[in-house]
Design a protein around this ligand. Sequence first.
Ligand code: PMP
Ligand code: GLU
Length: 398
Amino acid sequence: MNIRLAQRVQRIRPSATVSITALAAKLRDEGRDIIALSVGEPDFPTPAHICAAASAAIERGETKYTVVGGTRSLKQAVVEKFRRDNGLEFSLDEILVSCGAKQSCFNACEALLEGGDEVIIPAPCWVSYPDMVRLADATPVIVDTDAAHDFKMTAEQLRAAINAATRALILNSPSNPTGATYSRAELQALAEVLLEHPRVVIITDDIYEQLHWGAEPFCSLLSAAPELRPRTLTVNGVSKAYAMTGWRIGYAAGPATLIRAMTTVQSQSTTSAASISQAAATAALTGDQTCVTTMRDAFRLRQHYVVDRLNAMPGLSCWKGDGTFYAFPDVRKALSALEIADDVMLCERILAEAGVALVPGTAFAAPGHLRLSFATDLETLEDALDRLEGFFSGARVK
Ligand code: PMP
Ligand code: GLU
């Protein structure tokens, strides 16, 4: 007998970043020589002082459920982080700790959205936003951006996309997959439009804040436009900045009413985030921040290397972002030169013929592109880029 699945789940697809990485691991288990540049996960180990804090928490017997919204010490560390890095003041009832920034975003969608609601998402966008919106019965409205406009949504585009059904906007800066980062002035221009539409809630996902090396310092939406505070949720986490993806800790700061509703959603799913991970995240946020700078510098070096090499390949053109550990080359010319139908097919061919796992731009609502994660050591990147060069050499105009 076939099990009848809910309509809800039939609206969504598995996360492409996660599933392609699983496929790469499977091929590798089968003995294939595969380099996975598909998942956005720092290759560095979690810094020792953070691991030590987790061990100490186990020793102290902190191995039980915590309160749903996060331990007092982690919430205080989050409050202090916003004060230190962003000049923002929050109280403890405006903070929620989740199992990753992903769960914070998910909780927000569940708490805010319903059928008929529209959510504006500038694209290229992280794979999970549109499907989280769909799972909450709402409709993602994709606003396309391109390299010619630095992959950023303009105030005019935002104004044109807002209508009576618009319930939320999801901003992600620095962006996965492009690395594009909104400046203070650009955020203020978007805020001017948002101030005309008081019912639109803004979710700003700042998870790549620490992996930013643009000309201007990183600026969070609320630092640029404090007037939006009553309806802005700021999401962040420790996965990327502290190489802590597996610990599953993220957090959100916003209006107490929304945080309370998100906490209720979380109380009916995972309860709290893991107690031991919360102790580790507290150490990450309050401890020595040198590890963040060291990893950022390494990613920055790799970015220059990777983007320069991609740009030297025939049929590829790669815009250089202001941060993250992703490169997002435009491959449209290569597709036509190699007579390959689309970016999805191209990724399949690259995996099969060159043994490199990449994610198609289609997964980020930007067909005609590929995402390459350079959160891998330079030696492996060099090997992967040699393989890609071999693959794309066929795209050279003869
Ligand atoms: N937001 C963006 C833009 C991401 O790329 C990711 C990737 N993991 C997340 C949120 C979620 O991170 P985590 O759940 O590990 O905190
Ligand atoms: N966000 C990372 C990525 O885009 C990790 C995987 C995921 O959660 O999507 O690769």
